[in-house]
Design a protein. Structure first.
Ligand code: DX5
Ligand code: ZN
Length: 215
């Protein structure tokens, strides 16, 4: 069954505990947390003080997406949150193999994120060490953007690479996930859907998470 990881970026930041209560009650599998530094991406979201407050009350596994340069520097801080998954961008890690090792040594699952222009074959020599590949299906930095159609084919190509290399990596997609893109993404081989505005912009977010899970 497809996993759903709602992105807190689209929540009401003045009422975070209300939205996290909703997540806790819901069928969401994970909570997706988007950290931005204003350098790797042209926006700033939230940092560790907010993540610590969220981690205290969230009962779902934390899926931390670091859109920052040199993310390995923060491995111990992410571990201290009790995070389940630490996602780092391929484009932000010149020594990706070492970074993945450090994440595993810290006891977390390791995910690598690819920007829309980065081809899946750059992962050929690391895919067997990864627990997840996160494909950006919009350019990272903002919620509510239009889905990049080419991503469907990219999911298919990633699925083929995973099968050919007998990797256990899961496929997560992030950006523009909604009722029309999600079924096609699942069909192409997606395991985990990240959804921000489609969940939090819904009249009933809990119900919408349920709908995504049933696709
Ligand atoms: C964008 C973030 C996403 C964002 C997705 O850089 O990585 O997680 O919240 O937002 P939607 O689902 O609204 O496209
Ligand atoms: Zn994200």
């Amino acid at each position: 069954m497809t996993k759903v990881s709602p992105s807190l970026l689209a929540a009401d930041f003045a009422n975070l505990s209300k939205d996290i209560d909703m997540i806790n009650r819901s069928e969401a599998d994970w909570l997706h947390l988007d950290v931005m530094d204003g350098v790797f991406v042209p926006n700033i979201s939230f940092g560790f003080p907010v993540l610590e407050a969220v981690a205290k009350i969230c009962r779902k596994p934390l899926d931390v997406h670091l859109m920052i340069i040199d993310p390995g520097k923060f491995t111990q801080q992410v571990k201290a949150l009790g995070a389940y998954m630490m996602n780092v961008h391929y484009e932000a890690c010149p020594h990706l193999h070492r970074t993945i090792q450090q994440i595993h040594d810290a006891g977390m699952k390791a995910g690598v994120t690819l920007n829309p222009h980065t081809p899946v074959n750059v992962l050929e020599d690391i895919i067997h060490d990864l627990d997840m590949v996160l494909l950006m299906t919009v350019n990272p930095g903002f919620g509510g953007q239009k889905f990049i159609e080419h991503s469907i084919d990219k999911v298919r190509r990633l699925k083929t690479l995973i099968q050919q290399t007998r990797s256990h990596a899961l496929i997560e997609v992030d950006g523009g996930v909604n009722g029309s893109t999600a079924p096609r993404l699942i069909q192409a081989g997606t395991d985990i859907l990240v959804a921000g505005s489609y969940v939090f912009g819904a009249p009933n977010p809990e119900e919408r998470i349920k709908e995504l899970k049933q696709l």
